[in-house]
Design a protein around this ligand. Structure first.
Ligand code: ADP
Ligand code: MG
Length: 246
């Protein structure tokens, strides 16, 4: 049964999901799931591969409406995926404006590109961008939508370690400046603890566990409390941290 995606009625929340079920070939991947995000909250979603994280994100983005249950999301939302999905025949700034309603001016793209530190590549062709630059372009494309909800599906997954750290920092800054709610899907527990107010663990089609991250920002990964939160979440994922450290 198809259900419409609506705006939240409660202005304090950015997402409200109740009794959400999504099946493929009769098998429920999401099974009576509940989820709430506060306005401006940064939430990370982790869980083993294939547990339904991307499926949930696509539903929140309005890309998959073949669902049962209630999904309330803001009208202004944007999504960025692991693969930046840039059109190779359009210059970077045109990619940033792609799909925006009306005839937005180039200045709109330039402003978003400046925000992600990519204004110098505005006239470049996508194939000439590095992985980190392409991901910044993808973020700029999300920002021009001025989202109240930013959905990120493993956006740093394909980046090398140093570029990844820079991109994580950038997302943290953008979130603090913009004040939008963020739902970040990641397979990286450290990234989740570094960035999020709250980390959700998805399993068996539901949010099986949640962990508040009450640490001040910017966070220090050498803080023992950081390590303890990370270890606790890894345990939830079924990763043996003792074996990992050995
Ligand atoms: N369009 C689809 N058709 C059939 N099965 C799908 C489809 N999309 C996802 N699935 C299945 O749903 C499960 C969850 O997938 P996904 O949400 O991509 O997992 P995750 O992002 O957590 O790795 C997987 O078993 C996947 O094979
Ligand atoms: Mg996925």
């Amino acid at each position: 049964m198809a259900t419409d995606v609506h705006r939240p009625i409660d202005t304090r929340s950015a997402v409200r999901v109740e009794g959400l079920t999504r099946s493929f070939d009769g098998r429920p991947v999401i099974d009576d799931l509940q989820l709430d995000l506060k306005k401006g909250e940064f939430v990370a979603l982790i869980g083993r591969s294939g547990c339904g994280k991307s499926t949930l994100l696509r539903i929140l983005a309005g890309l998959d409406r073949d669902i049962e249950g209630t999904v309330l999301v803001p009208r202004r939302k944007a999504v960025a995926f692991q693969a930046p999905r840039l059109m190779p025949w359009k210059k970077v700034w045109r990619n940033v404006l792609l799909g925006l309603p009306g005839k937005p001016e180039r200045a709109v793209a330039e402003q978003a590109l400046t925000e992600v530190g990519l204004s110098h590549r505005s006239d470049a062709w996508p194939k000439t961008l590095s992985g980190g630059e392409a991901q910044r372009a993808s973020l700029a494309r999300a920002l021009v939508r001025e989202p109240d909800l930013l959905l990120l599906d493993e956006p740093f997954g394909a980046l090398d370690a140093l570029t990844r750290i820079k991109a994580q920092r950038l997302v943290g800054e953008l979130w603090q400046r913009r004040g939008c709610a963020v739902l970040l899907v990641t397979h990286d527990v450290e990234e989740a603890v570094l960035l999020a107010d709250r980390v959700l663990v998805m399993d068996d089609g539901v949010i099986a566990h949640e962990q508040e991250i009450g640490l001040d920002r910017p966070r220090d990964i050498t803080d023992p409390r950081f390590a303890a939160l990370r270890a606790g979440l890894l345990e939830r994922l079924g990763v043996d941290t003792a074996a990992e450290a050995a």
